[in-house]
Design a protein around this ligand. Structure first.
Ligand SMILES: [Mg+2]
Length: 123
C-alpha cells in the first residue's frame, strides 16, 4: 500500500535528518534543486518524436528513468512545502477551485491558450 503524503514527508525528513542535511535545506537551494530535477525530466523527452516517446513509455526499463525523475521532483516539492509550512494537498485543492472558475467548461472545452498565440482549439 502506498504511503500517505504525511508518511512520506516524515520519511523524507528523517532521511535528511539522519544525514545531517537539514543545514543545507535553504529555500533558494531547494528551488534550484527542484528546477534541476525538472531539467533532468525534460532531458528524458528532448529530441524524441512522439513515436519514440511512445516506445520508451512501453519499455519498463526505459520508463524507469522518467519515473525516477518524477520522484526526484516530488521529493524536492515535498521538502519545499514542508520548509515553507505549506499544506500541499490543501493548496492544490484551493487552486483547483480557482481553476474551475477561471476555466469554465463551456468556455474552455477543447481550447488551449498560449501567451503569445492566444486561444486556439475549438472551432
Ligand atoms: Mg534526478
Amino acid at each position: 500500500m502506498a504511503l500517505t503524503l504525511e508518511e512520506i514527508t516524515r520519511e523524507i525528513k528523517q532521511f535528511c535528518s539522519e544525514r545531517d542535511w537539514d543545514k543545507f535545506l535553504k529555500p533558494k537551494d531547494l528551488i534550484l534543486a527542484l528546477v534541476s530535477e525538472i531539467g533532468e525530466l525534460a532531458e528524458c523527452f528532448r529530441w524524441l518524436s512522439e513515436e519514440e516517446l511512445d516506445k520508451i513509455l512501453k519499455n519498463h526499463e526505459k520508463k524507469k528513468k522518467i519515473e525516477e525523475e518524477v520522484a526526484d521532483i516530488l521529493y524536492w516539492l515535498i521538502i519545499i512545502s514542508d520548509k515553507l509550512g505549506i499544506d500541499m494537498l490543501k493548496v492544490l485543492e484551493n487552486k483547483m477551485e480557482i481553476n474551475k472558475k477561471r476555466f469554465p467548461i463551456e468556455e474552455s472545452k477543447g481550447v488551449h491558450t498560449n501567451p503569445i498565440d492566444g486561444s486556439k482549439g475549438r472551432r
